[in-house]
Design a protein around this ligand. Sequence first.
Ligand SMILES: Nc1ncnc2c1ncn2[C@@H]1O[C@H](COP(=O)(O)OP(=O)(O)O)[C@@H](O)[C@H]1O
Ligand SMILES: [Mg+2]
Length: 335
Amino acid sequence: MKIAIHHTKGTFSARWIAYCKQEQIPYKIVDCYKNDIMQQLHDCSALMWHYHHASATSTLFAKQLMYAVAATGKKIFPDFNTAWHFDDKVGQKYLLEAIGAPLVPSFVFYTKPAALDWISTTGFPKVFKLRGGSSSDNVYLVKSRQHAIRLVNKAFGKGFKHYHGWSNFKERVRKYKNGISSVYEVFKGFIRIFYTTDFAKMAGREKGYAYFQEFIDNNDCDIRIIVVGDKAFAIKRMVRENDFRASGSGSILYDKNFFEINTVKLAFDITIVLKAQCLAYDFVYKNGKPLIIEISYGFAREAYDPCEGYWDKELNWHAGKFVPQNWMVELMLSR
Ligand SMILES: Nc1ncnc2c1ncn2[C@@H]1O[C@H](COP(=O)(O)OP(=O)(O)O)[C@@H](O)[C@H]1O
Ligand SMILES: [Mg+2]
């Protein structure tokens, strides 16, 4: 039986296909957007699709399709335990609280009075986030009660845009100045000031809830540990200048000595409890203790290629290059 792979440029799929070719693993390219996807899968024992949170159409149906396929006994990547909470920080809050994982203390409110009540009793600063998004796009430091009230009014009023053309443009200029982005990217950002993204158009405004976290200060980076099956690797992402946000900064360090083995073990342990195939954990530290900011099955590809090695589940270090996408294919072959 074959592994079905949905191929999209710029996702994991090119590497999955390359690995199947290299290892002579039978595979077939399928198109999950076509109405006959179930027929396409008739000779396949697994389906792999790296759907992206910023793809407007795939977020309409990717999880539904994948879990329907899994209901027939076929393997899928990402599977339910790995992905139901993808791009959903509110879902992650419930999940991590449920299993007693060390989450940054997080607070969600579904009515304005409930949010305002909490604001009147809590201290600041706090962090305010939308449940979805990446690269720190929808993450704000809330320095005062007044600021929190403004955000809550917006959350239960006109809501938040998913795309901010001007700040996105400024971020591209910052990256260009730091030598981590091209003029072309700046140009694309300029055009995007006037034309929002398809995703933002389709998703409309985000509203109806307010999500805050404790602000964990004194972190000049976050530590991302990614577990795929029984292996793990890590990167250290530095925060932007005069900012507290690391995700998407493009400033990444790889030296193994940056990573505490206890945090790697914690990521392995949580993955086992969650029965997940693949999860990236973003940690900040408070008094030396790791706290999870968010989890995600998806991650960028090239940013991890310079990693100097990985840990196995016994926490032994294996120095050398590796391709984590190959491990995902292996997960489809194991029983
Ligand atoms: N509660 C927090 N305390 C301190 N820093 C935080 C907190 N939440 C987020 N950050 C910082 O902001 C960045 C982006 O936040 P995150 O919730 O991971 O959003 P995104 O999904 O955009 O990556 C993180 O990489 C981290 O550096
Ligand atoms: Mg993040």
